[in-house]
Structure formats: structure tokens, C-alpha cells
Design a protein around this ligand. Structure first.
Ligand code: NAD
Length: 255
């Protein structure tokens, strides 16, 4: 990735953080973008300490103007934009019968519209040979109670990924998705924080074990596993791959 410039959203934590670190370790200059400004700054500083090059940038990916400014910041700071990882996301656990219009809108704005805004902003500045990677989810293959809004955002994200791939392919820009399975990150931990604020480690470990035994490989993914898929899709190694979704879930679902 030497000579390449990558923007990763949601890079203050979890899969985005691992992706930013892996891309930087492979030689890319990275814009660590997140709503969490302090978290992004800490990740960028950590990359710097390891000998990589990164800057932090605060962004709300649900705001098209802010996403445009993010793409411009990569170009003005580093001269170009070669890789965009649309990774920021939020989870809502609520039965569809109880979801409010505002909650539904927020999930779609952060998880889905961000893919539209990111793709539009990147397409404006990217040159042939560039790559967009969208973080989807294994939920695109399942229906489970309480996850309908999230699943709708990710399944529609897959549709945007494929359509961007056919629209931008003639310009030499590839667009792919990574669909992580259950992974130990902020999103999955947040569900196990009691009202008292205490993290319920026992219940968390039980769920991790259940998710692991549901996959043929008998394991759950780690953030670094999805980051490696991001690296592949960002790099020349995948130069002939577009419109594809890599499932990083131990084989829990296949398509
Ligand atoms: N952890 C899992 O099991 C899992 C499984 C499948 C897919 N995913 C997807 O992976 C992606 C990364 O999530 P994670 O698991 O690393 O969770 P995480 O909570 O650790 O990281 C998400 C990051 O996104 C940032 N973010 C949230 N809203 C934002 C906004 N509006 N603008 C900018 N940044 C924002 C958060 O501040 C956070 O740093 C998400 O798209 C998520 O849906 C996660």
C-alpha cells in the first residue's frame, strides 16, 4: 500500500481501528475518521508511534457535507484518495413493531446513507485503480428478532455496493463489501453493559461461545480478520474483484 492514501470511517474503535492500523502497517497514509474525535486522535497517534503515517479527522458519516469535506481533507492533506473504507456503523436492538421513525432513520443514515455519501464523495476525487470497501454484516444472510432496522441498512448497503461497482467499474474504481460475523468490538460489548454501567463478562463470554459453535470453523471473528479482508480488497491483489462481499464469519453463512 506504499504511496496509497486511505480514509477509514469509524476508525476510533473495533474493525475500523484494526483496518486503519493494518492499512498503515502495509504502507498507506491513513485518515482516521470518526465521530469520536479523541478516539480517532489516539488511534492516529498510535499508528505514528509504530512508524506509520496517519491523521485524525472528525466526521459524522450521516452528514453528506461532512463526508464531502472528509474526502477533500484526504486530497488536501495527502494529495489523493485511493481507498475509502465506509465502516462506521451503529446497532439498534428493537423489534420492528416497536421501532420509532426517528430510530429507523438514524440507523439508515449512519449505516446506509453513509455508503451513498462516501461513494459519491470518493468518486468525485478518486483516480482509476482506487478502491471502496463497505463494511456490511453477516446479518445480510439472516433474519433474527430485534435486528430488522440494522439488517435493512446492511442488506441495502450490499445493493449500493453492487450498483456502485457497476457504475464506477468503467472508471477503474472497484467497490466491494466485507461482511463480518459476530466480532468482539464496541458494538457487541455495548449490549452487555448493565444499567449500573457494569460490563457483564459472563454473559458476553456465553454469547461469544454460542456464536463460535454456530460456525463450521468453531470460532468467532476478531477485528483483525475483517481488517485483513479490507486490506485485500483495498490492494492491487484484488484488482479483478468488484461487486463482491467477503464474509468473515468462520463459515456461519455462505453465499
Ligand atoms: N462487531 C460486530 O459483531 C459486527 C458484525 C458485523 C458488522 N459490523 C460492522 O462493523 C462496523 C464497525 O463496527 P465495530 O463492530 O467495529 O463497532 P465499534 O462500535 O467498535 O466501532 C464503530 C465506530 O463507528 C463510530 N461511529 C458511530 N457512528 C458514527 C457516525 N455517525 N459517524 C462517524 N463515526 C461513527 C463509533 O464512534 C465507533 O468508533 C459497523 O459498520 C458494524 O455494523 C460489526
Amino acid at each position: 500500500m506504499t504511496g496509497k492514501v486511505a480514509v477509514v470511517t469509524g476508525a476510533a474503535s473495533g474493525i475500523g481501528r484494526a483496518s486503519a492500523e493494518v492499512l498503515a502497517a502495509a504502507g498507506a497514509r491513513v485518515v482516521v475518521a470518526d465521530l469520536d474525535e479523541e478516539g480517532a486522535a489516539a488511534v492516529a497517534a498510535g499508528i505514528g508511534k509504530e512508524g506509520g503515517e496517519a491523521v485524525a479527522h472528525q466526521v459524522d458519516v450521516a452528514d453528506p457535507g461532512a463526508v464531502d469535506a472528509l474526502a477533500d481533507a484526504a486530497v488536501s492533506g495527502f494529495g489523493q484518495l485511493d481507498v475509502l473504507v465506509n465502516n462506521a456503523g451503529i446497532m439498534l436492538r428493537r423489534p420492528l413493531t416497536e421501532v420509532s421513525p426517528e430510530e429507523f432513520d438514524r440507523v439508515l443514515s449512519v449505516n446506509l446513507k453513509s455508503i451513498l455519501y462516501g461513494g459519491q464523495a470518493a468518486a468525485r476525487v478518486m483516480r482509476p485503480g482506487s478502491s471502496i470497501v463497505n463494511t456490511l454484516s453477516t446479518i445480510i444472510d439472516f433474519a433474527t428478532p430485534g435486528t430488522g432496522s440494522y439488517a435493512a441498512s446492511k442488506k441495502a448497503g450490499e445493493a449500493l455496493t453492487r450498483t456502485f461497482a457497476v457504475e464506477l467499474g468503467p472508471r477503474g474504481i472497484r467497490v466491494n463489501g466485507v461482511a463480518p460475523g459476530w466480532t468482539d468490538t464496541g458494538i457487541t460489548r455495548q449490549r452487555h453493559v448493565a444499567d449500573s454501567g457494569e460490563f457483564q463478562q459472563g454473559r458476553f463470554d456465553e454469547l461469544a461461545h454460542k456464536m463460535a459453535t454456530a460456525s463450521p470453523l468453531g470460532t468467532v471473528a476478531e477485528a483483525i480478520d475483517s481488517a485483513h479482508a479490507v486490506l485485500y480488497l483495498a490492494s492491487e491483489a484484488s484488482r479483478c474483484v468488484t461487486g463482491h462481499v467477503i464474509r468473515v464469519n468462520g463459515g456461519a453463512s455462505m453465499s
